[in-house]
Write a protein that binds this ligand. Sequence first.
Ligand SMILES: Nc1ncnc2c1ncn2[C@@H]1O[C@H](COP(=O)(O)OP(=O)(O)OP(=O)(O)O)[C@@H](O)[C@H]1O
Length: 269
Amino acid sequence: MTTDHPVAGDDVVVSARRVVKKFGDTVALGGVDLEVRRSELVVLLGLSGSGKSTLLRCLNGLHPTTDGAVTVNGTRVDLASRAELRALRRDVGFVFQHFNLVGRLSCLENVLIGAVGRLRLPRYGKSTYPKRMRTEALAHLDRVGLAELADRRADTLSGGQQQRVAIARTLMQQPTVLLADEPVASLDPENAGVVMDLLFRVCMEDKLTVLCTLHQVDLALGWAHRVIGLRGGEKVLDRPAVGLSREDAMEIYRRVDPADATIATAATS
Ligand SMILES: Nc1ncnc2c1ncn2[C@@H]1O[C@H](COP(=O)(O)OP(=O)(O)OP(=O)(O)O)[C@@H](O)[C@H]1O
């Protein structure tokens, strides 16, 4: 199912201004500007190595920026103290390609781990969490359609199911921003659609700001409010998904072949 792109909110929650990130001599980001609003799902597209993951990591302070300004929920991430970064990361959920669940724990226990930042002391085992949190965790599992698997070991689930548990765990954090780094890269097309649908629903229903990297143009066009393209660490496209054709989006993948300076299309789908 694809969305009809309901309108995103007005207020800017995530902003990057002329962000530069260098790893030694490698310029991963060469001065990127970005704004993402509340209730907006933005998809980042680009060839491998174009800087998508680096940009996500600069937004939650996992990578310190080399230059430029990053503001998330009013916090200047590039200037933040350790304590401010810790507080920020409670507010910014991160969904990974490989789910990062604890395989030997149940689905419910994995979701409860998302609440750790809201507790003063670490907990071990679901019975050590307050009852209201267990109820909340179960509600999140229900929301992702997996309540009946609450007591199943996470490593017995399919990839698509594991990603849904990982999203439930992120929701347990009560984030306002959700960053997803290739959340469907390990999934078949059907499960990829289910996960994108879920990200879109939580974006709209919980008024989350969602920024997601993908390699699939069609998924971006199907679920994003806006598509941003990176090429060689530069932003080369920033347009609403409505009205953006597949051909326009595929332009992101065109590059100059240094051997003969002709334009080559680098991606096929
Ligand atoms: N920790 C690091 N140390 C050194 N170089 C890095 C590091 N992380 C990323 N890079 C480099 O920065 C550039 C951008 O990498 P990045 O992972 O952000 O690209 P990407 O678009 O997310 O790629 P992919 O689609 O393959 O995940 C690449 O040249 C990469 O080699």
